[in-house]
Design a protein around this ligand. Structure first.
Ligand SMILES: [Fe+2]
Ligand SMILES: [Fe+2]
Length: 303
């Protein structure tokens, strides 16, 4: 830019400045606090200092349920999922069992599944910036509410679906069993799961959950629980916990036989639907058993 241009710029700057002084200075002067008002405004600063601003990223991390604090060597898989249920989906992607295998330290689970710890940690830490659904904070729910939730969601799902899935597995065993002998085995295993599960749900709904509710109510009221309730509760926790392991192992066997629910080329739509429903059953079971093993049973055992 030549000297002419510079001079023109300077002249314009002077005009702009004068305009700013004439128009805005009186307004600024009227906004200036009087000494008394200034004292009032500054009082909180004098006692507490200026308000602290939390950077956006840091506040998002506080919203997450402590995923950034993972101690992969000592923390168990179940504890991690209990702290933040969003981790369940990531563990599933890496093939790590968080329900029946919930007592295993993360590092051991990684070794057993051949998972790169660093890669898993990176994926888990991404959750720090993702929103948290407070309605999924199961670990802080009162136990009677948690038992009702389990009955109304997971038990309801099983009652509605388990016979239908058993019928589908039988059907594909009949139609495709000669070319795919694995589905004959799958049908037999699922039939046993369905029978065992029906008994298991009844024991939880008729024995364990009511006992948990009574003992929790007594604890809340500050009164002693019935001795029979504590005994029934401890016995039920031991046997039903063992049944979770058996059902979990059976479901793992189905997944292995089904080659992770891969659909062969030469099968019909019923086969495809059966595998999808088996996968859905497994997903639901993982969450169901996690809520019971790692939260409900663990807390009930401390009564
Ligand atoms: Fe259950
Ligand atoms: Fe159960």
């Amino acid at each position: 830019m030549g000297p002419r241009g510079v001079g023109a710029g300077l002249r314009w700057d002077k005009v702009s400045y004068l305009t700013w002084v004439i128009i805005f200075m009186p307004a600024r002067a009227s906004m200036d606090p009087s000494p008394a008002r200034a004292g009032k405004l500054l009082a909180p600063y004098a006692s507490h200092g200026p308000p602290q601003r939390v950077p956006a990223k840091e506040s998002a991390m506080k919203e997450s349920v402590a995923v950034p604090g993972i101690t992969i060597d000592t923390e168990t898989v179940g504890d991690l999922v209990t702290r933040d249920y969003r981790t369940a989906a990531i563990l599933e992607q890496f093939g790590i069992d968080f329900c029946c295998g919930g007592k295993m330290p993360l590092a051991t689970a990684c070794r057993e599944k051949g998972v790169d710890e660093k890669e898993l940690r990176q994926e888990l830490e991404k959750l720090a910036d993702a929103p948290v659904d407070r309605s999924q904070n199961y670990a802080v729910w009162e136990l009677p509410f948690l038992t009702d939730y389990i009955v109304n969601t997971h038990h309801a799902y099983l009652k509605e679906n388990i016979d239908g899935i058993a019928a589908y597995t039988k059907k594909i065993a009949e139609v495709h069993g000669s070319h795919h002998p694995e589905v004959v085995e799958i049908a037999a295993i699922f039939e046993k799961i369905a029978a065992d599960m029906s008994l298991h749900l009844r024991q939880e709904e008729e024995l364990l959950f009511p006992a948990i509710k009574r003992v929790a109510a007594a604890a809340k009221a500050g009164t002693a629980p019935e001795p029979g309730d504590i005994e029934a509760l401890k016995g039920a926790l031991a046997s039903l916990g063992g049944e979770h392991d058996e059902i979990g192992a059976a479901v793992h066997t189905i997944r292995r036989l089904a080659s992770d629910y891969a659909i062969p080329d030469d099968v019909c739509n019923t086969f495809l639907i059966t595998y999808r429903r088996l996968k859905e059953f497994e997903d639901d079971l993982h969450k169901h058993v996690h809520l019971e093993n790692n939260i409900l049973f663990l807390k009930a055992a401390q009564f």
